[in-house]
Write a protein that binds this ligand. Structure first.
Ligand SMILES: [Zn+2]
Length: 323
């Protein structure tokens, strides 16, 4: 009886702590409080240790947790909280999912990945109203595109708050080095991607290279003299150099305000879909940098450069001949 009472009291305390944490989280992320309370309480009931670690890590990471943690900061977190990599990734997923952009589904997903450099990258699902659903970004894609942006050579381990959908399993399978990628699917132990996607189809089937964040193509230049601001055009050309277009003629996008450039380029998949568009890459970068969504109303400008063979382009480009 006493034990039951103690357990009950402990649970109540955990629920209070979870609610308290959620109130704190809701102050910064004022969405779906009930859903998050439910999840935090469920997590607390499953593992009081985890909930205390989650609270400590949330406090450590601050109001605006980064989507990128360099190797030295990862080591600091592991030592400070006595965590192994899988546990750290699981907890970071719970922290970062609060930053999902979900005006349609209201269903938050988080992902975190460890790169071969020792850095950790985070990602969330992203939706937009009044835009085709095909433009939505899955948390794993966001996380991996974030790592690609930072030129992370290889991804060794990825954790997600939900089991990765087929779309995301294929996207992971398009990465260089994915044969060594371990996936933590919700609460599971790390398992090889191959176990989640047996009898796969990927770049190797077509003797193509996978998405390699360290790769950069030859220099590009515009054809003719397009009427585009020079700095914007140059930024778009540099973005296009990193395009992963194994099928050939992909465009590169660059959207700009007078204050900054938001760059993107396509990440094509050997399996066609889920190819990531330049706009999606640019939006992921913007969100992972905690940039505001609305561009400056003053003189907004955009530029899309692509090869003349592409179905649409604003500025035609060509390779700079090497001497
Ligand atoms: Zn997915």
């Amino acid at each position: 009886m006493t034990n039951c009472l103690a357990r009950s009291t402990g649970m109540a305390a955990m629920r209070r702590n979870a609610k308290k944490e959620n109130r704190r989280a809701s102050f910064y992320f004022p969405l779906e409080e009930d859903c998050d309370t439910h999840r935090l309480v469920a997590l607390a009931l499953a593992s009081p240790y985890l909930i205390s670690m989650l609270a400590a890590l949330t406090q450590f990471l601050g109001d605006r947790p980064s989507f990128y943690y360099p190797p030295e900061q990862v080591l600091t977190m592991k030592e400070r909280f006595h965590l192994e990599t899988p546990e750290l990734l699981r907890l970071m997923v719970q922290v970062i999912r609060q930053f999902a952009v979900v005006p349609i589904s209201n269903f938050r997903v988080g992902a975190a990945a460890l790169g071969s450099s020792g850095a950790i990258y985070c990602g969330v699902n992203m939706e937009w109203t009044r835009v085709a659903f095909a433009q939505t970004v899955h948390a794993e894609q966001c996380c991996l595109t974030n790592a690609w942006h930072h030129r992370e050579p290889r991804i060794l381990m990825l954790a997600a708050s939900e089991p990765p959908c087929g779309h995301c399993r294929q996207f992971m399978n398009e990465l260089c080095g994915c044969e060594n990628l371990q996936v933590i699917s919700k609460d599971s132990a790390p398992m090889p991607l191959h176990d989640l996607l047996p009898k796969d189809f990927g770049p190797a089937a077509l003797e193509m290279r996978g998405i390699d964040a360290t790769w950069q193509g030859p220099a590009l230049r515009p054809v003719g003299s397009p009427k585009v601001p020079a700095d914007l055009l140059q930024a778009a050309l540099e973005a296009a150099q990193r395009a992963h277009v194994p099928y050939g003629t992909g465009p590169s996008g660059s959207r700009s305000t007078p204050l900054r450039h938001l760059l993107g380029c396509p990440l094509e998949n050997a399996a066609y879909n889920p190819t990531f568009s330049p706009l999606q890459v640019a939006l992921v970068r913007m969100h992972c940098d905690h940039k505001p969504w609305t561009a400056s109303p003053r003189r907004p400008a955009s530029c899309l450069v692509s090869s003349p063979q592409a179905p649409y382009h604003v500025v035609s480009i060509e390779r700079v001949p090497s001497n």
